[in-house]
Structure formats: structure tokens, C-alpha cells
Design a protein around this ligand. Structure first.
Ligand code: NAD
Ligand code: DAU
Length: 328
């Protein structure tokens, strides 16, 4: 068995690969992994083992059809994480988002068709649904993305579906809520705020802080992806969530407590453009069909995450103050 993981040096892709190599996923204990990543500002080779007998790392672009055609033969499955992932960056410039997220997905799936890979999971996001004031999204809700990032993910989600419907690729799509955990780039809310507070710096809370996100530990997201990879039905979409809805204000206050910081560390800043008010996932399909149950409680997971950043300053300082210094 051999699996190709795109975006494998990013936050979630690297979690999936590390857990797979640690034999966390039944049925994949002996599987080899090809970790493909362009190593953009968001990709970090240090997120993966330097060497492992079952791991091959390839630096490359999902838009490179020739590379993918060379690479894919011999693989049984593909899990497609690679994307431009940060909403704020998409507000400054949408080009890389549509290139990687849309053209990259189409290019990858063309190569899948050529090579006859048997199984594909496309990792999408709950942001494709837009914003919801009440209730929760089921998989049949219309896609109403509000930012270039979300639109590019909605496009790629639809591109993926067409390769199932048109060409019969055995492909499933996941749509997950906000992830948190170790190795997340400190441009995102939780690692940005934790690392700022560990440095004694203020945290930039957008608008009134009342926007709501649904949080899930990255280990649980990857557990869900593994279930979909193994048992998900072709052409189906699976929401993955954790049920932990929190306002950004509540998250910020908890992070102040966990780092022993005072209220004065909050800096209220202008709101994000097109800032979605609330995300909420109905995940009954993956629970009922595949037996998915998240295992990490939010309070426990958040405390462990803060502890991880406290214990790994070398990792986040290199990311935050290395080549790319443009954060908060
Ligand atoms: P990330 O930004 O941490 O990682 C993305 C990775 O993709 C990086 O390693 C980057 O180098 C790589 N990459 C970017 N462009 C590439 C290209 N053209 N070719 C090859 N590799 C390329 O993102 P993440 O948070 O790990 O998200 C992974 C996936 O999960 C994305 O598709 C994202 O939309 C989705 N998702 C994320 C969340 C979340 O909360 N972070 C939630 C739901 C879904
Ligand atoms: O819902 C899934 C999505 O979650 C993924 O598809 C995206 O890839 C991922 O980045 C994430 O998107 P968000 O926009 O929700 O995450 P972010 O961490 O950027 O912001 C979370 C919330 O915190 C959001 O309401 C904006 C707010 N925020 C964020 C930053 C970076 C702030 O108030 N201040 C900040 O500095």
C-alpha cells in the first residue's frame, strides 16, 4: 500500500502523515507515504520526520502535471490537503488561491485519472457554506462562500465532485470546521494569540469579537479523514466538526487565562472584510454512517495546545520571524 499526501508539510497534512507513520490508522500500518509539498511560506519540512523508512518527501507543485504523472503510478490512494489556506491573505490577493486550490485540484485529478489511483479524499472546508445565523449546515446546503479563499475552496470542491460524476473517480469530499493543535502556522487565531501572549505582546481581536467558530482538534479531523478514506462512499460529502462553538472573544479570554495574561493584552482592531459571523456543522452523517466520534475535549485540547507552543519556541519563532515576518 502506498498513499500520496499533498500539502503534507502544512498543519493538517503533516498531522495526518505523522499519525499514519505512528500507526494510528488501522489498515495503514505498513503503508508507504509520499509527502508532496511545494513548501510555500506555510509549508515546513520540519513538521515531518527528517527520515523514516516509510516516508518519501517530494518538493513539488500540485499544478505541475508532468511531476504528478511521474509520481502517481504505484500509489493506491491520494489525500489532497494542499491549498492556500489563510482567509486574510486571500483578501490581499486572490491569485495564488485560485491557482493552487482550483487549478491544482483539477491538475491533480487529471493525473489521478491517467495513473488509475483507486481512491481519493479531497479535503474541503465548512467555509464553502458561507455563514449561518441559526442551526447547522448539513452536506446538502448550498455553497455561498464569502471570501476569495472560501470561493476557491468551493470551486475545488465542485471540481473534485465532477471527477467522480464525469469520470467515475472513487472520490469523497470532507468539509471540516476550524482546526487547532500543534504545528499550526502562527498567522491563524489560536497560534497567533498564544505566541503573542507568550512573548508579552497584545493580541489583535477583529471587530467586536462576537464571531463564532466551531473548533476541532487536528487529531480528530485527521481521524475523520482516515474513516472517510477507508469507508466513505464515492461521490459523497462528509462534514466533520466537533460541536465546540465559541466566540472569538471567549477563545481569547481562555487563552489569556492559560497564559496568565490580563485583559489589557487584547487590542481591538478593525474587522476583517466579509467576516463570516458564525460557522456550525451538522456532522450526523459521518457519525451515523462511519462511526466517527471526536475524542479530544476542547478544554483539554486547548490547554495541551498552549503547552505545546510554550514548549516549542524554536519551532514557532522560526516560522513567525524567519522568512515571513508579516504577522500581527
Ligand atoms: P496550511 O496552510 O497549514 O498547509 C497547506 C500546505 O499546502 C502547506 O504545506 C503548503 O506549502 C502546501 N501548498 C500550498 N500550495 C501548494 C501547491 N501549489 N502545491 C503543493 N503544495 C502546496 O493549511 P492547513 O490548515 O493544513 O489546511 C490543509 C487543508 O485543510 C486545506 O485544504 C484547507 O482548506 C483545509 N481545511 C483547513 C482547516 C483549518 O482549520 N486549518 C479546516 C478545514 C479545512
Ligand atoms: O472553518 C475552517 C477554516 O478555518 C479553514 O478553511 C481555514 O483554512 C482556516 O484558516 C480557518 O479560517 P478562519 O478564517 O475561521 O480562521 P482564522 O484563524 O484566520 O480566524 C478565526 C477567527 O478569528 C475569525 O473569526 C477571525 C478571527 N481573528 C483571526 C485572526 C488571524 C481575529 O480576531 N484576529 C486575528 O488576528
Amino acid at each position: 500500500m502506498r498513499i500520496l499526501v499533498t500539502g503534507a508539510a502544512g498543519f493538517i497534512g503533516s498531522n495526518f502523515v505523522r499519525n499514519l507513520l505512528a500507526n494510528a490508522y488501522a489498515g495503514w500500518e505498513d503503508a508507504g507515504v509520499t509527502a508532496l509539498d511545494k513548501l510555500t511560506y506555510a509549508g515546513n519540512r520540519d513538521n515531518l520526520p527528517a527520515a523514516h523508512p516509510r516516508l518519501e518527501f517530494v518538493q513539488g507543485d500540485v499544478c505541475d502535471l508532468g511531476l504528478l504523472r511521474d509520481l502517481l503510478p504505484g500509489h493506491d490512494a491520494v489525500v489532497h490537503f494542499a491549498a492556500e489556506s489563510h482567509v486574510d491573505r486571500s483578501l490581499e490577493g486572490a491569485g495564488p488561491f485560485f491557482r493552487t486550490n482550483v487549478l491544482g485540484t483539477q491538475t491533480l485529478l487529471d493525473a489521478v485519472l491517467d495513473s488509475g489511483v483507486e481512491r481519493v479524499v479531497h479535503v474541503s472546508t465548512d467555509e464553502v457554506y458561507g455563514s449561518i445565523d441559526e442551526g447547522s449546515w448539513t452536506e446538502d446546503r448550498p455553497l455561498l462562500p464569502n471570501t476569495p479563499y472560501a470561493a476557491s475552496k468551493a470551486c475545488s470542491d465542485l471540481v473534485a465532485r465532477t471527477y467522480w460524476r464525469t469520470h467515475g473517480v472513487n472520490l469523497s469530499i470532507t468539509r471540516c470546521s476550524n482546526n487547532y493543535g500543534p504545528y499550526q502556522h502562527p498567522e491563524k487565531l489560536i497560534p497567533l494569540f498564544v505566541t503573542n501572549l507568550l512573548e508579552g505582546r497584545q493580541v489583535p481581536l477583529y471587530g467586536d469579537g462576537r464571531n463564532i467558530r466551531e473548533w476541532l482538534h487536528v487529531d480528530d479531523h485527521c481521524r475523520g479523514i482516515h474513516l472517510v478514506l477507508d469507508s466513505g462512499r464515492a461521490g459523497e460529502i462528509y462534514n466533520i466538526g466537533g460541536g465546540n462553538e465559541r466566540t472569538n472573544r471567549a477563545i481569547t479570554e481562555r487563552l489569556l487565562e492559560l497564559t496568565g495574561s490580563g485583559e489589557g493584552m487584547i487590542r481591538h482592531v478593525a474587522d476583517r472584510k466579509a467576516h463570516d459571523l458564525r460557522y456550525s456543522i451538522d456532522e450526523s452523517k459521518i457519525r451515523e454512517e462511519l462511526g466517527y466520534v471526536p475524542q479530544i475535549g476542547f478544554e483539554e485540547g486547548l490547554a495541551a495546545t498552549v503547552a505545546w507552543y510554550r514548549d516549542h519556541p524554536d519551532w514557532w519563532k522560526a516560522v513567525k520571524y524567519g522568512a515571513d515576518r508579516d504577522h500581527g
